[in-house]
Design a protein around this ligand. Structure first.
Ligand code: MF3
Ligand code: CO
Length: 292
């Protein structure tokens, strides 16, 4: 293939309508200098335009309304299938599509993961929430081709102090990572902050499942680890959107997959696991949470 030198007077690739030389030229040069120094850098398709960001925000309105409604209605004695019903109702009423349904064959519209289920729990009439349970409800929405993704933990009735603390510290882990979302630093800085806060509290972090770029597709590059090292992994640059969604285990980090349904992940030691997820935009000065 032949590459023509990019005309610096041509309109910028970002769609701003400005000339490349006064728009993203310096930005591209900066990224190139990091790449030359051996760092992993984002490709252009991972940099969201203003229009993309608006689209993601509209999609996120639905996703957050769904989780608000779940939070209002969730209670002991309810089945996780009823949570799936709420997700379908609210999403469709607001004009969106649940992204989970049919994703790589996933059979339901939301993931509901209770106690020792780490993630990808499948809603069912047979799973009845009971007093003392903790549950993660992980919801994703498509609107006009834009994807939003977030998850929250809910406490059912009277939850033990140990499990409450796990849920609280997991939220702190996510926020510790968020604080490290600073342009021109590395995803490893963020992941290591999550890991550090979990370890400090005597918990472990799931290694095999991570976060992801998100917005124009459900799961985009990069894959995001929460056990990474400072100064490693992809450079964070303004316009990137990805999820912070650590899975924190009360016991060991080991996990296994349900052999029957092929989806649900459990802790190997049967101890509880918690997860919170937000979708974050890297800005010129720091970050903006687009979906929570
Ligand atoms: N919502 C999950 C995430 O945070 C993905 C679920 S995929 C599904 O990335 F197929 F299990 F729904
Ligand atoms: Co996600």
């Amino acid at each position: 293939m032949l590459f023509k030198k990019f005309d610096r007077n041509a309109p910028c690739w970002c769609g701003s309508g400005r000339k490349y030389k006064t728009c993203h030229a310096a930005f591209d040069d900066k990224i190139l200098s990091y790449a030359r120094a051996g760092h992993t850098v984002p490709t252009r398709d991972l940099i969201k335009s203003e229009k993309d960001i608006e689209g993601i925000k509209e999609s996120a309105k639905i996703n957050m309304a769904v989780l608000d409604e779940v939070g209002d209605k969730i209670h002991a004695g309810m089945s996780t299938e009823e949570i799936n019903d709420i997700v379908n109702d609210v999403t469709h009423k607001m004009g969106g599509i649940p992204a989970d349904l049919g994703y790589e064959g996933f059979p339901k519209s939301v993931c509901t993961s209770v106690n020792d289920e780490v993630c990808h729990g499948i809603p069912s009439r047979d799973v009845i929430l009971k007093d003392g349970d903790i549950i993660n409800v992980d919801c994703s929405t498509i609107l006009n081709g834009y994807f939003s993704d977030s998850s929250r933990m809910f406490l059912i009735g009277d939850v033990s102090p140990e499990k409450r603390r796990l849920v609280e510290v997991t939220r702190e882990c996510m926020l510790a990572g968020l604080e490290k979302v600073i342009p021109w630093t590395f995803l490893g800085d963020m992941g290591s902050a999550v890991h550090h806060h979990a370890m400090k509290n005597g918990y472990s972090v799931v290694r095999e499942i991570g976060g992801h770029g998100c917005g124009n597709a459900f799961h985009e590059e990069p894959w995001v680890s929460y056990v990474s090292k400072p100064g490693t992994e992809m450079l964070m640059v303004p316009g990137m959107v990805f999820t912070i969604e650590p899975m924190i285990n009360m016991g060991g980090a080991r996990i296994f997959t349900d052999e029957e349904n092929g989806w649900t992940i459990y802790t190997a030691d049967g101890k509880p696991s918690a997860q919170w997820e937000i979708e974050v935009l890297v800005t010129e000065t720091g970050h903006e949470v687009l979906c929570w």
